[in-house]
Design a protein around this ligand. Structure first.
Ligand code: C5P
Length: 281
């Protein structure tokens, strides 16, 4: 039997950091939203019991024990007992080091598919605990949709009834931002003069990201990109997602994508990944 499932990307519609905790993580409140942009995970029973093999369409991504997908299956086996042999393929569309949660989403889907294929069962709290061990964002991807997350991000409260229509444009420059670095700079970082970090009101929401401060201080081009996007017609709001480097723009339905793309190229150069998407229903 072969199972295939999408692993959706996310953006952070808001990310507020409260303080650095004794364990080194940061206490935060973040509103995450799943996007239609997704990797695809395929998993089938293959090989000797306990054996896991992973292949990936992106050769720059490690497929050894360092990959969160392999870690997900390994931790599941530790919790439920040895699993049958599993062959996993990952078709990547979500860039990494992007603040879009690609690796975390892949891990959440790997947990779900491995559980299904091996005919094991775990309670919801056990599943959530396992996901949280893999990463702060992983529990969110067990839910998807829009959710408010607290703690270090692993306490997930789905936002029933909250919707945000319209296209979303993702823009990623050809560098990533290491998440631990962004958090480690949060306390000491300063705002750049002339850059607006204030919350942007959008329907019932306030879009704001406290990690813009450290990341923009190092990567001025991202601050410039956000400011430029916000000044364009058809752009309702623009913000960095997570620890970057993706900046997203929430667009009106009639926004002119060709003209926005041209403006982005004029602002940051041609070596940039631009992806239209929407919130996943
Ligand atoms: O949980 P995750 O493995 O995704 O976190 C990666 C790193 O990001 C952590 O090791 C930590 O340095 C930082 N982080 C943090 N506070 C959070 C989430 C992540 O300091 N709430």
């Amino acid at each position: 039997m072969t199972l295939t499932a999408p692993a959706y990307a996310k953006i952070n519609l808001s990310l507020r950091i409260h303080h650095r905790r004794a364990d080194g993580f940061h206490a935060l409140s973040t509103r995450m939203a799943a996007l239609t942009l997704a990797d695809t995970l395929t998993m089938r029973l293959e090989g000797a019991p306990g054996h896991v093999s992973l292949t990936c369409s992106d050769p720059s991504i490690p497929v050894d024990a360092g990959n969160l997908v392999v870690q997900a299956v390994t931790r599941l086996a530790a919790a439920t007992g040895p699993l049958p042999g599993l062959a996993i393929h990952l078709e990547k569309r979500i860039p990494h080091g992007a603040g879009l949660g690609g690796g975390s989403s892949d891990a959440a889907v790997a947990l779900r598919l491995a559980l299904q294929l091996s005919e094991r069962s775990l309670s919801e709290p056990e599943m959530r605990a396992l996901a949280a061990q893999l990463g702060s964002d992983v529990p969110f991807f067990l839910h998807g949709g829009i959710a408010d997350c607290h703690g270090r991000g692993e306490e997930v409260q789905p936002c029933a009834g909250l919707v945000l229509g319209g296209p979303i444009l993702l823009i990623k420059l050809p560098f990533g931002v290491p998440t631990p670095w962004a958090y480690s700079q949060w306390q000491s970082a300063r705002e750049l003069p002339g850059i607006d970090y204030q919350p942007q009101r959008l329907e019932e929401m306030e879009l704001v990201n406290d990690l813009e401060r450290p990341v923009f201080q190092k990567h001025l081009v991202l601050a410039l990109l956000k400011q430029t996007l916000r000044a364009q017609s058809g752009v309702r709001a623009a913000l960095m997602s997570g620890s970057g480097s993706t900046v997203f723009a929430v667009l009106t339905e009639d926004a002119d994508l060709a003209s926005l793309t041209q403006t982005i190229h004029e602002t940051v150069g041609s070596e940039v990944w631009i992806q239209p998407t929407r919130l996943a229903g």
